[in-house]
Ligand binder design. Structure first.
Ligand code: COD
Ligand code: ZN
Length: 381
């Protein structure tokens, strides 16, 4: 019997290609192959620029993988599905997931972890299933980023690296739940599990740090100390629940001493949201003995190694790593979308810029200049 579903063909479309570290992206015509078994091809609707895209593009602490298509905080509409996919159909609204969930491995079946062994963070610039690319230019392979690569009109992802969401949610706002906002909220709720009345110190008030603040406020933290070197972050920080703003570049004494002094020996929780491994040490120093917990969220911009004196741990402090706020991406993210629709969490206030796809390089400039929280890039209709 002939199938009524035609096999998807190669699509040629526009993508912003990074040809080298720190080089401006070039708008190119790329071939996007059909989705392979258990994959879906998505028409990207909106994609916001995350700090980690900039960090990987600069490649100061990362291996150089070029030419490459960045972008991993995105929303879109399923265009076609590969063999074996039953969960999605063309027309479904989805968020992409830079760390997937196969639902079957040791980690996916444990309630202790979101580190899927099959579809976890992909670092080689390839697809999980066959270690090949789905993008090419005149036959030359173009590498992926986090197996998402949303700076392209169309992209292919594994069906475990996308989550179906309610079709009424505005795709150009909720794309922030695909990385930064969810990472911050989850760090506060799932990883630290902040309790009411706690004191919290947040290092770095970008989208991720402000989302931690929002999470801490919703949990009833009594004091939320936000630390940044940019004084312009102070106003926005208040809107997200920060009660005390400290400009660490203006402090005359080490910032950890200030925090210890104003919190009677240190905060209950501290969060590193800068991407600077030296600040992890400072964040640990800012915590109290006994139960103080430091949560790291940042992808290091330059130095990947952390140094910490054993005495922090001898005195009962904990250092907790996290990826994507500990959320199980497919299972948990739809709940965050619903919370946004019910106005229980803020996203819109984190979007400081909106740009058309052809201006994607401006988004990189804005983030590097330091006054942009999130810039949403709108793909052509
Ligand atoms: N002291 C205090 N504040 C500083 C310092 C400093 N020395 N240096 C920079 N800052 C401030 C900046 O002024 C800025 O306000 C803030 O730190 C950083 O914010 P952004 O806007 O650059 O970055 P974000 O909020 O988008 O997040 C960045 C992280 C560094 C946390 C990044 O690694 C990340 O996005 N992590 C997400 C977590 C995750 O799971 N990622 C995996 C793949 S994306
Ligand atoms: Zn990200």
């Amino acid at each position: 019997m002939l199938s009524s579903i035609s096999t998807p063909a190669v699509i040629t479309c526009k993508a912003a290609v990074a040809w080298g570290a720190g080089e401006a992206l070039v708008m190119e015509e790329v071939e996007v192959s059909p989705p392979q078994p258990m994959e879906i091809r998505i028409k990207v609707v909106a994609t916001s620029l995350c700090r980690s895209d900039v960090t990987a593009w600069l490649s100061q602490a990362h291996i150089h993988i070029f030419p490459r298509i960045f972008g991993h905080e995105a929303s879109g509409i399923v265009e076609s599905v590969g063999q074996g996919v039953t969960e999605f159909e063309p027309g479904d609204h989805v968020l992409t997931l830079f760390t997937g969930e196969c639902m079957k491995c040791k980690h996916c079946t444990s309630n202790k972890s979101n580190m899927c062994q099959v579809l976890g963070l992909e670092r080689q610039g390839l697809m999980h299933s066959d270690h090949k690319t789905r993008f090419s230019i005149k036959g030359k392979p173009i590498f992926h980023y986090c197996a998402v690569s949303s700076f392209s009109e169309y992209t292919v992802v594994h069906s475990g690296c996308a989550v179906k969401i309610c079709s009424t949610a505005p795709l150009d706002r909720i794309c922030l739940l695909s990385c930064g906002v969810a990472a911050g909220l989850g760090a506060a709720w799932k990883v630290a599990d902040i309790s009411e009345g706690s004191t919290v110190a947040i290092f770095g008030l970008g989208t991720v740090g402000l989302s931690v603040a929002q999470g801490a406020k919703l949990r009833g933290a009594s004091r939320i100390i936000g630390i940044d070197i940019n004084p312009e972050k102070s106003e926005k920080a208040k809107a997200f629940g920060v009660t005390d703003f400290l400009n660490s570049s203006e402090c005359k004494e080490p910032i950890q001493q200030v925090i210890k002094r104003i919190t009677d020996g240190g905060a209950d929780y501290s969060f590193e949201c800068i991407g600077d491994t030296d600040m992890i040490t400072t964040a640990l120093q800012s915590c109290c003995d006994g139960w103080g917990m430091t949560v790291t969220l940042g992808v290091p911009k330059v130095k990947p190694v952390i140094t910490a004196h054993y005495a922090f741990f001898l005195t009962g402090r904990t250092l907790r790593g996290s990826l994507f706020g500990g959320w199980k991406p497919k299972s948990d993210i739809p709940t965050l979308v619903d919370m946004y629709l019910k106005k229980e969490i803020q996203i819109d206030e984190l979007i400081t810029h909106d740009l058309p796809f052809e201006d994607v390089n401006k988004a990189f400039d804005l983030m590097r200049e330091g006054n942009c929280l999130r810039c949403v890039i709108h793909m052509p209709k």
